[in-house]
Design a protein around this ligand. Sequence first.
Ligand SMILES: NC(=O)c1ccc[n+]([C@@H]2O[C@H](COP(=O)([O-])OP(=O)(O)OC[C@H]3O[C@@H](n4cnc5c(N)ncnc54)[C@H](OP(=O)(O)O)[C@@H]3O)[C@@H](O)[C@H]2O)c1
Length: 336
Amino acid sequence: MKAIQITGTSGLDSLQMVQIPQPKPGQGEVLVRIHAVSLNYRDYMNVMGIRGVSGPIPRVPCSDGAGEVAGVGPGVTEWKVGDRVVIPFMPQWLDGEMTQVHQARALGANVDGLLREFAVLPAGCLLHIPDYLSYEEASTLPCAAVTAWNALVVRGQLKAGDSVLVLGTGGVSIFALQLARLAGARVLAISSSDDKCERLLAMGADAVCNYKTAPAWDAWALAQTDGAGVDKVIEIGGPETLNRSLKAVRFGGHVALIGVLTGVSGDIQTVQILRKSIRLDGIYVGSKAMFASLLKAMSQHELRPVIDSTFAMEHAADAFRLMESARHVGKIVVKV
Ligand SMILES: NC(=O)c1ccc[n+]([C@@H]2O[C@H](COP(=O)([O-])OP(=O)(O)OC[C@H]3O[C@@H](n4cnc5c(N)ncnc54)[C@H](OP(=O)(O)O)[C@@H]3O)[C@@H](O)[C@H]2O)c1
């Protein structure tokens, strides 16, 4: 079968299409024919060696995929050939609290990811793709959408009328915008260009700020909320944005600490967190149970993911180049 592998340390140039043996499902396992994979910033970091692929190279990248059941191993009764399935980011994290074991088995880092024609997964981790979603759309959900759902709904306890600040127009932030609107929240959004700000308004943002021309977006967010601050922040930037997020959130508000786009450590005004009783909450994707509740909510409203671009498998490196350029809005998909 065909697969894309990270074959060395030369970044995107190390991505190669290779032939590897097709895996066989064992007891309690399912063979999935992957039809579509979506990219997350983590996949880009892994290919670039920014965070380091913590397993041997070669490694198949990409955590997020959707496909159809192509075979079942002994003891599998709940799936049949042809079922359309989507695969959670951490196949072992079914419900409850996340553990180190769940995280170590996340796809596309310590273990091979899904940028390949076939993959074997535990039967118990898979979820049915709702009928209204294509494979491409379903492939966008496991990391970015589940993270936004966990941040806003599970940990954030979002309710109608809340104000949510989303940073940028990447995968997580656009899902957060869509889910916040679904819940009846008010969405404030910041982005790097006027064009992208227009796109955000068209997608339902209530107010937008270009952070390149108006870098004091924390003051903007305060002004938008009569000085009180927003109820929730989807914090995807990390050290260079977190202090502004802490200023932008209200007393007792919730900051979902999700991203590392500006680095993995830095100067943080810790006193703001206690002075304002901010709930600073580390989020790491979510469980299968969270994914199931996300799919239920999406299906109720037939919510469609925003896909920026779709690439053929042989052009996977170009998909990563688009992510690197940060020109995209929403998700980037590779058809397998
Ligand atoms: N903890 C978790 O479970 C989890 C899950 C998913 C992702 N993440 C992390 O979350 C981050 C976003 O991931 P993603 O896959 O959504 O990335 P992505 O699709 O590549 O989105 C990146 C976008 O973020 C915006 N951005 C970049 N720098 C910014 C800054 N300084 N201030 C505000 N916005 C900025 C840009 O949009 P504009 O041009 O519109 O500003 C950029 O296009 C990454 O660090 C990723 O590793 C974490």
